[in-house]
Design a binder for this molecule. Structure first.
Ligand code: NAD
Ligand code: PPY
Length: 361
């Protein structure tokens, strides 16, 4: 992908800034503010090229637009990517502090047309730091008046999506089903607890040896990362990175269903159709992983309490049923069906409300 190709998209705004001192580059992409101010997390990672980072930011921002629309949340879609000069773990604390300061200044310049939140390699403590400079931040710590980590809520939504998908696929309840969880981070580890409590047989995988060691210490069966896509299971739950299922993987994945937390799980435009043709039921990622968005937007914009957040998260199952019904009636794959539902909601909405006030809670 060339830089020119990466810049050619139909989103609303791209901001790029480079900091020679730390070597970090900052990308903010606003896909759509039609349903409200754009929102989406800040991801910090290394990328092979600036074009790859721009492309990732665009795809992630588009997924946020779809997620908000399909979940009936009054926000648009955007995402921040901080391109790091080295892996996050080796960025010195003083460089990270400067990176966050510059990112906060960038957010402030957008004057509330975009709200960020945590994503891969950023957390509530980082959101606290950003909020010293800008108020356009979700997911600050509870101590600082924010909604805190969204990971458990995301896992709850994925769990609800798994239950509905298992039923719809004719697998029944999760009891005794084999669930393979790829990625034992904040969401994956919470999903382990939920699925284990539901009686599923768990297989887990991670690239981090420490996470594998602690999984083994509690008796979990671990699969080497390179074997994950060849391992038979009832439900494959990608909870690490995106792009894990391309058409070739889709044509051989030994699973009955795919339900996970990772954003942009499908790597190409035909993977969803290949899964459908093989009878593998795919729960579209931007539907299944919306629990974190309910948590952040619900608590910090809509003034919901934890019970209202939980009710909306449970409703993920009903939204997915609607998606599966559209897929069946229109004879399309489930990813296409979820996009149809999201676009229908966007089309029927009036043009964006800007500058949402955040109720106190
Ligand atoms: P995390 O960084 O806490 O965990 C990711 C885990 O995946 C880490 O343990 C990492 O070692 C592991 N991993 C990386 N590459 C791997 C590979 N090839 N095989 C196996 N494991 C691998 O992230 P998280 O907050 O748990 O989020 C997981 C995914 O869900 C991300 O894609 C994120 O964008 C998405 N998501 C998260 C939220 C949220 O609320 N945290 C909301 C929506 C979507
Ligand atoms: C995601 O759900 O992928 C996120 O980026 C988390 C999020 C959700 C809503 C607002 C800000 C961040």
């Amino acid at each position: 992908m060339s830089l020119e190709q990466a810049l050619h998209w139909d989103g609303e705004l791209t901001i790029i800034r480079h900091d020679p001192l730390t070597g970090a580059s900052f990308i903010i992409r606003l896909d759509s503010t039609r349903m409200g101010p754009a929102a989406g997390g800040t991801r910090a990672a290394t990328y092979p090229t600036l074009a790859a980072a721009l492309n990732d930011a665009a795809a992630l921002a588009q997924a946020m637009t779809l997620k908000m629309a399909v979940s009936n949340l009054p926000m648009g879609g955007g995402k921040s990517v901080i391109v790091l000069p080295a892996p996050r773990k080796s960025i010195p604390p003083e460089s990270w502090a400067r990176i966050l300061q510059l990112h906060a200044e960038n957010l402030e310049k957008l004057k509330g047309s975009y709200y960020t939140g945590p994503d891969v390699n950023t957390n509530s403590a980082d959101m606290d730091t950003l909020s010293n400079t800008t108020k356009f931040v979700f997911g600050r710590s509870l101590e600082r008046g924010g909604a805190g980590s969204s990971a458990y809520s995301t896992a709850l939504g994925v769990f609800a999506a798994m239950q509905t998908t298992a039923e719809h696929r004719g697998l029944g309840s999760l009891e005794n089903l084999t669930v393979l969880i790829q990625g034992l981070g904040a969401v994956g580890s919470a999903l382990v607890e939920l699925t284990e409590a539901a009686g599923a047989r768990l297989l887990v995988s991670d690239v981090d040896p420490d996470r594998i060691a602690s999984a083994r210490s509690i008796g979990l069966e671990c699969i080497p990362p390179e074997d994950v896509l060849k391992t038979s299971c009832d439900i494959f739950a990608p909870c690490a990175m995106g792009g894990v299922i391309d058409s070739a993987v889709a044509s051989s994945l030994p699973a009955a269903a795919v339900v996970g937390a990772a954003n942009n799980v499908l790597a190409d435009d035909t993977a969803a159709r290949v899964l459908r043709d093989r009878g593998v039921l795919y729960a579209p990622d931007f539907v299944a992983n919306a629990g974190g968005a309910y948590h952040l937007v619900g608590r910090e914009v809509l003034g919901w309490n934890q019970y209202t957040v939980a009710e909306h998260i449970k409703n993920t199952g009903s939204i997915l049923s609607e998606v599966y019904a559209i897929a069946s009636v229109d004879e399309v794959d489930t990813d296409t069906a979820a996009r149809i539902l999201a676009r229908k909601r966007i089309a029927s909405a009036s043009t964006g409300q800007r500058g949402l006030e955040r109720p106190r809670f």
